[in-house]
Design a protein around this ligand. Structure first.
Ligand code: PLP
Length: 458
């Protein structure tokens, strides 16, 4: 997981034994390391010495990249070390369905991808995406469960995953000092990326005691004229919460008061919706611009294909200039993978019975986790309405504010891997853990046996 943090000055220990970074004037011979000093003498020698020092100096990265942290790495590294020592880790940490047995990418999609390769459909596609795929996505948005919207082919832009789409959006929308209002907790790029485009992220609260619903009072309090983008992740990663129609209507009412603000509605888990209550936000807006993000990664079980899309719902034509900028950006990065687009097209237009089967399996696994957590002393959870995540609260007094140590100690003691909630938001995620319910029930059973033993012994 990536997260942006304010970077602190590097300590001396961070530096390799070179006198200075490349951007600093060449050092005096006093500050040269022994090897360079040994060659000081003639001017030519001095130059050689300086060159040696400069040539050995570490090249500094840009601040915008250096301040990105991978919170999840903190737990993956010790897990990998344990695996190297021969331990089997029960991984409930990865939001990739292909990392677990039994949830393969559907065969017709693979056939279409492979056929595209064989038929030499390996060239660049149009920058906004293959017309047939853009049409299929538009039709899918029009026919969403619980109400679609009037999406046209030209409203759809195919990207290398939602992740690329977000970078393009932040690049197109943000002026220096602008803000993105995003849910806390959230999928970490919403915190990491805006700062790369001279913006910043402010978190609004999701309510941990009421199904992680959006705290609309908090949204209201944090809106101002600098907020250019408001993010809704629905269903949410990491909580699994689904926003109700009423909540979304109220949210639109708030955003309506701030006409400079556009909504990003990340609906990448929309088909993983266990109560059929998910509503497309764009379908509810007669006026406020809403950009829907979705793709092949989660609902179509092919995250490695890297195909996503942005669909612009702009009833009043207010995004005309931003759309123009977005299109320039899209053209400048050429296109998303052509054969992968054809694979996604097959998924969108082909039979969907497999999707119900997969969802049924996930629902059983979710319910199993709910039962086990209900019986635990030291953990409680709000039932996730969608996605394949849940975000249990650590109620055990020893762990209630130290989710990271909980995760590391659980890993070492029981070889069960979760992700600490503070990795998804220091402010709103501390004291929680994210649990992925993609593994089959027998794996979940072993994992929960371990969690139970660990809590009992804490
Ligand atoms: C809320 C959310 N949006 C977007 C993504 C990434 O999407 P993609 O694989 O299309 O880049 C993820 C991945 O976990 C996610 O959880």
């Amino acid at each position: 997981m990536i997260n942006a943090t304010k970077s602190s000055p590097r300590s001396a220990d961070d530096e390799v034994p070179a006198p200075a970074g490349a951007s600093v004037p060449a050092p005096s011979s006093e500050s040269l390391p022994a090897q360079a000093k040994a060659s000081s003498g003639t001017a030519a020698d001095n130059n050689a010495g300086r060159n040696t020092a400069a040539q050995n100096a570490v090249i500094e990265p840009a601040e915008r990249a250096a301040c990105i942290e991978y919170a999840i790495r903190d737990v993956v590294v010790p897990a990998t070390e344990l695996e190297a020592k021969g331990h089997r880790i029960l991984k409930l940490n990865i939001g990739d369905p292909l990392a677990y047995p039994g949830l393969p990418t559907p065969e017709p999609m693979i056939e279409a991808y492979a056929a595209a390769l064989r038929h030499q459909e390996n060239g660049y596609s149009p920058s906004y995406g293959l017309p047939a795929l853009r049409q299929a996505i538009a039709a899918d948005e029009q026919n969403k469960a619980n109400g679609g919207w009037s999406c046209r082919e030209e409203d759809v832009y195919v990207t290398t995953g939602v992740t690329e789409g977000l970078q393009l959006l932040f690049s197109a929308f943000l002026h220096p000092g602008d803000k993105v209002l995003a849910p806390g907790p959230h999928y970490p790029p919403y915190m990491a990326y805006p700062q790369m485009f001279q913006g910043s992220t402010v978190e609004y609260r999701l309510d941990p005691d009421h199904g992680w619903r959006l705290d609309l009072e908090d949204v209201r309090a944090k809106m101002d004229e600098k907020v250019k983008l408001l993010v809704v992740i629905n269903p949410n990663n990491p909580t699994g919460g689904i926003a109700s129609r009423e909540t979304l209507m109220e949210l639109l009412e708030i955003v309506r008061q701030w006409p400079q603000c556009t909504i990003i509605s990340d609906e990448i888990y929309d088909g993983l919706n266990y109560s059929d209550s998910h509503v497309s936000l764009a379908s509810l807006s007669p006026d406020v611009p809403v950009i829907t993000c979705n793709g092949v990664s989660k609902v179509y079980y092919a995250p490695g294909w890297r195909i996503g899309y942005l669909a612009l719902h702009d009833p009043r034509g207010r995004l005309e200039k931003v759309r123009d900028a977005l299109e320039k950006l899209l053209r400048s990065r050429l296109c998303a993978s052509t054969p992968a687009q054809l694979g996604y097209l097959a998924g969108l237009t082909g039979p969907k019975d497999w999707m119900l089967e997969y969802r049924h399996r996930l629902l059983q696994q979710r319910d199993y986790c709910m039962e086990r957590i209900a019986a635990l002393d030291g953990m409680e959870v709000e039932e996730p309405g969608g996605s394949f995540y849940m975000f249990p609260r650590l109620t055990h007094p020893r762990w209630a504010t130290d989710d990271k140590t909980f995760v590391l100690d659980l890993l070492h003691q029981e070889k069960v891997l979760l992700v600490h909630g503070s990795g998804f938001s220091q402010q709103y995620g501390t004291g929680f853990v994210r649990l992925v319910f993609l593994p089959q029930v027998d794996v979940l059973e072993q994992a929960f046996d371990g969690i139970e033993r660990f809590l009992a012994s804490s």
